[in-house]
Write a protein that binds this ligand. Structure first.
Ligand SMILES: Cc1cc2nc3c(=O)[nH]c(=O)nc-3n(C[C@H](O)[C@H](O)[C@H](O)COP(=O)(O)O)c2cc1C
Length: 363
C-alpha cells in the first residue's frame, strides 16, 4: 500500500503527533481505534521497549499506527564543555537541593540499535525527526512493509527526504510544540508557518504531505486538508487528553496558558523547541546559545526536570506546547478525534456555503 492510499483509507485523516514524554501506548491505541492514526514516540526508548510497545499496540488495535524515532548522532563532548554546562545549571540544582550528578556515560540511546529494533518491529509507518536517515535505512524499512515519513521544516529539508525515496513528508510549521525537526538551517529561517510550508511543499513535491503545527480543532483539520495536506497531525491538542502522560505541574500550566504563552528555546536541550515560557527559559536566555547541542544539554538537564516535576515546580520544567496551546481541551483522546472530525466536516460545509453562496454576487 502506498502512503497516499493508507492516508486516504483512514476513517479520519487525523494523526496523533508522537510526543516523547507526553504520549505512550494508550494514546496511540485510542487514536487508531477512533479512526485516526496513533503514534508511539520511541525516541527515548531502549530497543527492546520499541519492539515490546509496538507489539502491544498491535495486540490492542488492528488499525494502522506509526513509530517515531529521533535521529541523534553519538555525542562525545569534551570534559570542559560538560563542566561549563553543569556550572550554568548549578543555581537551578541548588534551588531543588540536587547534588551535582556524575558526568553521564552516554547522552542518548544508540540510534543504530533503536533503528534495528524498529525494523524488527516493522510498524505500518515509521517517522523520523531531527535529521535524515540513510537511503539503505529507508529501503530496509520499506522491505519489511513499513512506510517511511520524514519530518521537514523547510522545502529544502523536504527535498532532501524525497531524494532518499521516503513515502511521505510531515511538514512541521513554526507553530508546532516541542522540538523542531529542523536539520539544514536551524533557527528563525526554519520557523515557517504551517500554511506557507504546506502550500510551498504541495507546489514542488510530489509526495503525500502531513500538516503539523497549530492545528487545534476541526477547523484547523479542515484548513490543513484545504491546503492540500493528506492528513493533519496534532500534538498540543492532545496534551490535556486523559491519555497524556504529562506531570500535574505541566498539565496545570497548559490549562491556564494564554494565547501568547509559548517561545522557542534551546536552553533545556540544546535544540530549538517550543514551550510555555517560564523562569528557566527567561534566565537562561542570555547564555542559551552556549548550551552544548542536543543530546548533551538534554541529558544534563534531565535530573533537574524530573526533580522539578516531582516538586511541582513548573518554572523549571520543560513545558513543551505549541502556539495554539490555549485551545487544548480535556477528554478521552478517541472522543477528541471524533469531535474534531465532526467539526472539520461542519467547517467544510460552512466554507462551501460561504464560497458557493457568493455565485449570485458575481457580475
Ligand atoms: C510535548 C511534545 C513532544 C513532542 N515530541 C516529539 C517527538 O518525540 N518526536 C517528534 O517527531 N515530534 C515531537 N513533537 C512534535 C510533534 O510531532 C508535532 O510536530 C507538533 O506537536 C505539531 O504541532 P502542535 O503541537 O501545534 O500540534 C512533540 C511535540 C510536543 C508538543
Amino acid at each position: 500500500m502506498t502512503a497516499a492510499e493508507l492516508l486516504a483509507r483512514l476513517p479520519i485523516p487525523i494523526i496523533q503527533a508522537p510526543m516523547l514524554g507526553a504520549s505512550g501506548v494508550d494514546m496511540a491505541v485510542a487514536v487508531s481505534e477512533a479512526g485516526g492514526m496513533g503514534a508511539l514516540a520511541a525516541g527515548g526508548l531502549a530497543p527492546e521497549d520499541i519492539v515490546q510497545q509496538s507489539a502491544e499496540i498491535r495486540r490492542r488495535t488492528t488499525a494502522p499506527f506509526s513509530v517515531n524515532l529521533l535521529v541523534v548522532r553519538p555525542a562525545s563532548p569534551d570534559s570542559e564543555t560538560v563542566a561549563a554546562a553543569m556550572e550554568r545549571l548549578r543555581p537551578w540544582r541548588e534551588r531543588l537541593n540536587l547534588e551535582p550528578p556524575p558526568t553521564p556515560d552516554s547522552f542518548a540511546p544508540d540510534f543504530d540499535d533503536q533503528f534495528a529494533a524498529l525494523v524488527r518491529a516493522a510498524p505500518p509507518v515509521a517517522s523520523f525527526a531531527f535529521d535524515l536517515i540513510s537511503g539503505p535505512q529507508v529501503a530496509a524499512l520499506q522491505a519489511v512493509g513499513t512506510l517511511v515519513v520524514g519530518t521537514a521544516t523547510t522545502v529544502a529539508e523536504a527535498r532532501a527526504w524525497a531524494a532518499l525515496g521516503v513515502d511521505a513528508i510531515c511538514a512541521q510549521g513554526g507553530e508546532a510544540g516541542g522540538h523542531r525537526g529542523e536539520f539544514l538551517k536551524p533557527g528563525p529561517g526554519s520557523l515557517i508557518g504551517t500554511m506557507a510550508l504546506v502550500s510551498s511543499l504541495r507546489a514542488v513535491i510530489d509526495l503525500p504531505v502531513i500538516a503539523a503545527g497549530g492545528i487545534m480543532d476541526g477547523r484547523g483539520v479542515a484548513a490543513a486538508l484545504a491546503l492540500g495536506a493528506d492528513a493533519a497531525q496534532m500534538g498540543t491538542a492532545f496534551l490535556l487528553s486523559d491519555e497524556a502522560t504529562i506531570s500535574a505541574a505541566w498539565r496545570g500550566r497548559i490549562q491556564t496558558a494564554g494565547d501568547d504563552a509559548t517561545v522557542v528555546t534551546r536552553a533545556f536541550t540544546g535544540r530549538n523547541a517550543r514551550g510555555i515560557e517560564n523562569a528557566f527559559i527567561r534566565d537562561m536566555r542570555p547564555v542559551e546559545d552556549e548550551a552544548p547541542a542536543y543530546p548533551v544539554q538534554n541529558r544534563l538537564t534531565r535530573e533537574l526536570r524530573a526533580a522539578a516535576a516531582r516538586a511541582g515546580e513548573s518554572e523549571l520544567l520543560s513545558l513543551w506546547a505549541g502556539q495554539g496551546v490555549s485551545l487544548a481541551r480535556a477528554g478521552a483522546a478517541g472522543d477528541l478525534v471524533s469531535r474534531w472530525w465532526d467539526e472539520a466536516r461542519a467547517a467544510s460545509r460552512e466554507v462551501h456555503a460561504r464560497t458557493h453562496g457568493r455565485d449570485d454576487l458575481r457580475r
